[in-house]
Ligand binder design. Structure first.
Ligand SMILES: *[C@@H]1O[C@H](CO)[C@@H](O)[C@H](O)[C@H]1NC(C)=O
Length: 395
């Protein structure tokens, strides 16, 4: 036997002679429809192949001494910037040291627009940066150079390292160190000169936007916004609100953005665009408890982004105190965060090409077979009808 005829004996697709084929109109329709179906299915398979697959797994977080960036943008429409201070503390209750804070406060007028003549002010977090604050305050006083040389009195309170209280803020801090209430501003030369009390009055109706970036150690901690300057006194963190006692603080706020790292696909920050309203005549303490989960995302091209996602619960408490006088607790907005022990590892992978080929074969073969069955059925039915009609005519 010759080679071609041996091959011929393997042919599973024995062809009928062309003379025995007939083309029908229904056959044409079935072919067209099946071609369209094949096209649609192939397109969807192709799209499925082109979207990368996501793999997610959990491991116990191996990171030690990792740092974490916190990005925030929060607006307090009814607390002026000068009355809010922001603080960051870690799990031991201490201020973070040697870490960077790039947080800015922007004054907002009562309508919520940025106060144009006042550029964003860098928030001084922690006690290590107060010196520059004093220098800045002095720089602004070019009209009173003699006063700088003079050593301002601290009115019996514990003076700073320099021994002088040259600004109203120095006095306020000295009072804080001493544990005294900072009132009677009109008896203090510095405060009268700086118009501290009037300044406060004029700005009372303003709002404040706070935005920026904090870099903190990846340990449990909190950052919070509360009225008054904060001091570390006898190893505890206190806010001096004694001068502000008669007033309620409406800590309504809008969180435009809060995230614990760069954005990646598929991560939602649950607090973004959250608007919280509290009654304007009551002081509220609003606490968020965040559980931060480390996340590693590897893109198809191999770049890996390390970030964090978080879950949040929320707690509100009215701290206005009896009769709206005094504060049973410090009002403010606290973000308490804690680290989860697990890390989520997500990666994108390309689906295997062989899977696409298999699917395509299945689509083409399957549709062709089904179309063949449909066509055969239609043809037989048509023939049967024709035959019946012929019999009817004879009868
Ligand atoms: C903070 O959010 C507000 C509202 O979306 C936006 O107008 C403002 O530009 C944001 N600030 C920064 C620094 O991104």
């Amino acid at each position: 036997m010759s080679a071609p005829s041996t091959l011929r004996s393997f042919d599973a697709y024995a062809k009928p002679l062309d003379d025995f084929r007939i083309r029908t109109r229904t056959g044409g329709i079935v072919t067209l429809v099946s071609a369209i179906v094949i096209l649609l299915l192939v397109a969807s398979e192709w799209m499925d192949y082109m979207t990368p697959e996501h793999h997610t797994r959990l491991i116990v977080d191996p990171a030690r001494k990792e740092k974490m960036d916190i990005y925030l943008n929060i607006t307090f429409p009814r607390v002026p910037c000068m009355l809010i201070s922001m603080d960051v503390m870690d799990v031991s209750g201490e201020h973070h040291n040697g870490l960077t804070y790039d947080v800015f406060k922007t004054r907002l007028d009562p309508a919520g627009n940025v106060v144009v003549d006042s550029p964003p002010e860098r928030e001084q977090i922690g006690n290590t940066v107060k010196k520059t604050d004093v220098a800045k305050a002095d720089d602004g006083k070019s009209d009173a150079p003699k006063k700088e040389a003079k050593c301002g009195s601290c009115y019996g309170a514990k003076p700073p390292e320099s021994g002088c209280c040259n600004t109203c803020q120095d006095v306020e801090e000295a009072y804080g160190r001493q544990g005294w209430a900072f009132t009677k501003l009109d008896h203090m030369e510095q405060c009268v000169r700086e118009g501290y009390a009037e300044k406060m009055k004029a700005r009372e109706k303003e709002g404040c936007n706070i935005h920026g970036k904090l870099t903190v150690n990846k340990v449990a901690g909190n950052f919070h916004f509360a009225p008054g300057r904060s001091f570390d006194q006898a190893a505890t963190h206190v806010h001096d609100i004694s001068a502000l006692l008669s007033r309620q603080f409406d800590f309504s706020h809008t969180i435009h953005h809060l995230s614990f790292g760069p954005m990646v696909k598929g991560i939602k920050n649950p607090l973004d665009w959250l608007e919280v309203q509290v009654p304007s005549d009551r002081s509220h303490l609003i606490q968020y408890f965040l559980k931060v989960v480390g996340t590693e995302y590897t893109y198809l091209n191999g770049t890996t982004v390390i970030t964090n996602q978080f879950a949040v619960t929320e707690h509100h408490r009215d701290v206005s105190g009896p009769g709206g006088q005094g504060h049973a607790a410090l009002p403010g907005v606290f973000f308490n965060f804690d680290m989860a022990a697990m890390r989520v590892i997500q990666s994108e992978t390309q689906k295997p090409l062989i899977q696409l080929l298999t699917s395509l074969c299945a689509v083409v073969g399957g549709v062709a077979t089904v179309a063949g069955l449909v066509d055969a059925g239609l043809y037989r039915a048509g023939r049967a009808l024709e035959r019946k009609a012929a019999v009817g005519k004879l009868a």
